[in-house]
Design a binder for this molecule. Structure first.
Ligand code: ARG
Length: 460
């Protein structure tokens, strides 16, 4: 295939070098965006009289049929093409001859690839956002359903205080709202059109970049042509947001793995979202959660890879930057597939409230409540803390739980104790009483659900 840039050089590149240089395998997925960008550009060239109006019209209509043919399968993308931009332009010229050769007036592949990538990532970000919203709403529903399901809350992975499983799940819903907003915010910042920045310096043609920016649905054109073709911060920003999202999913996954272990048995994954072992007939493995946890590393890798590629690159365009798409697309593909599996896995998991309650009853997780009770009756908290510590150590010695100590014995530890202590040390009661704003009480979980509902209503 003849190079579009043959002229100054012969354009006959060593086959291995040619293949090495090509990005078509990666960027062919931007064909629709490439054609849309070219349509906007050609229409502007025609409107401004930079090329004859009838040439602009035939370019626009030929590009439309090229896109139709790609979609119908009548036209296949040539894997030997240098990139998606050269492929589209050469097909155009094959089809309409000299008029096609006018398309690249006042444009360079440098601004072209920048506009294609932004258009493509805007679309992808919307898909990801919808998946995140769906996950938020699923987690919210499971949380409300479990607002009275008592479990031990953990710090240091040691049983700490009673919370509801719903409250624990809501923590993830909240994290996911910020993930969604980070992505949406990155999109806002990238929503400017670099088209017309040309190679790096702008052009002597009387172009209208506002017109192309508007017709492509951007907020405005970018304000500096060198910046427009030099930076890939929008890829990095989106990948950072995806990395944080994946970090949240990896923590959630880790808990799914733990909770579904025989030792915990807090949840049981649906058969549709777990696997068996080829040798151990008793096994039910949480592969999906493990894979999401594992793929998080891959998304971090994509971010790191582009950060390192961009480090110290002089302005403006450098071919190194062609590496941007493989990393960015992989991060998006990975996050998308993880979300697509994660949401139904959460939707279908069975919750073992009995197991959670049993665990909440052991481990003295209401010791803080006991100390708080004494503090409320006037014992200084530090003293109350010490007395309760002694009670716990007595229980451990006697191999009993807090509710196994008779009142007289409690009174030996501190005369301020009365009958009311038994309600206080009940994990379910202790959970329900944490009514402080943002606490674990069922009413608070309902309030959090309202917050999530308002969030989803305003973002969708
Ligand atoms: N395939 C190239 C990329 O993705 C397109 C831009 C090429 N620009 C150039 N000056 N060679 O970066």
């Amino acid at each position: 295939m003849e190079k579009l840039w043959a002229g100054r050089s012969s354009g006959s590149v060593d086959p291995t070098a040619d293949d090495f240089n090509s990005s078509i395998r990666v960027d062919s997925r931007m064909i629709e965006e490439d054609i849309k960008g070219s349509v906007a550009h050609a229409a502007m060239l025609g409107a401004k009289g930079i090329i004859p109006a009838d040439d602009a019209e035939s370019i626009v209509s030929a590009l439309g049929s090229i896109l139709d043919d790609i979609k119908s399968g009548a036209l296949e993308i040539d894997p030997r093409a240098e990139d998606v931009h050269t492929f589209a332009e050469s097909v155009l010229t094959e089809r309409i001859g000299d008029a096609g050769k006018k398309l690249h007036t006042a444009r360079s592949r440098n601004d072209q690839v920048a506009v294609d990538t932004r258009l493509y990532l805007k679309k992808e970000a919307k898909t990801i956002l919808d998946l995140v919203y769906e996950l938020i709403s699923t987690v919210r529903d499971r949380a409300v359903e479990n607002k009275e399901t008592v479990m031990p809350g953990y710090t240091h992975l040691q049983r700490a205080q009673p919370i509801s499983f719903g409250h624990h799940l809501m923590a993830y819903a909240m994290m996911l709202t910020r993930d969604a907003d980070r992505i949406a915010d990155a999109v806002k910042r990238m929503d400017f059109s670099p088209l017309g920045a040309c190679a790096l310096a702008g052009t002597t043609f009387d172009t209208d970049r506002f017109m192309t920016a508007e017709s492509l649905g951007f907020t405005a054109p970018t304000a500096n042509s060198v910046d427009s073709v030099s930076d890939r911060d929008f890829c990095l920003e989106l990948m950072s947001a995806l990395s944080i999202l994946m970090m949240h999913l990896s923590r959630f996954s880790e808990e799914i793995v733990l909770w579904s272990s025989f030792e915990f048995r807090y949840i049981e994954l649906d058969d549709a979202f777990s696997t068996g072992s080829s040798i151990m007939p008793q096994k039910k493995n949480p592969d999906m959660a493990e894979l999401v946890r594992g793929k998080t590393g891959r998304v971090y890798g994509d971010l790191l890879s582009l950060l390192v590629t961009m480090k110290s690159l002089p302005l403006a365009y450098n071919k190194d930057m062609q590496e941007d798409k493989e990393a960015t697309f992989d991060a998006f593909d990975t996050a998308k597939v993880c979300l697509s599996v994660f949401t139904p896995m959460i939707k279908t998991m069975k919750v073992r409230a009995d197991r959670m309650l049993d665990a909440a009853k052991g481990g003295f997780i209401t010791a803080t409540d006991l100390a708080d009770l004494l503090a409320k009756s006037g014992v200084p908290f530090r003293t109350a803390y010490k007395i309760t510590g002694e009670i716990v150590s007595y229980c451990i010695k006697e191999n009993i739980t807090l509710d196994g100590i008779p009142l007289e014995k409690y009174r030996e530890f501190c005369p301020a104790f009365d009958e009311s202590l038994y309600a206080v040390i009940d994990p379910a009661e202790a959970m329900k009483k944490r009514t402080s704003y943002g606490g674990t009480s069922p009413d608070s979980v309902d309030a959090q659900a309202e917050y999530i509902d308002a969030f989803l209503a305003s973002r969708k």
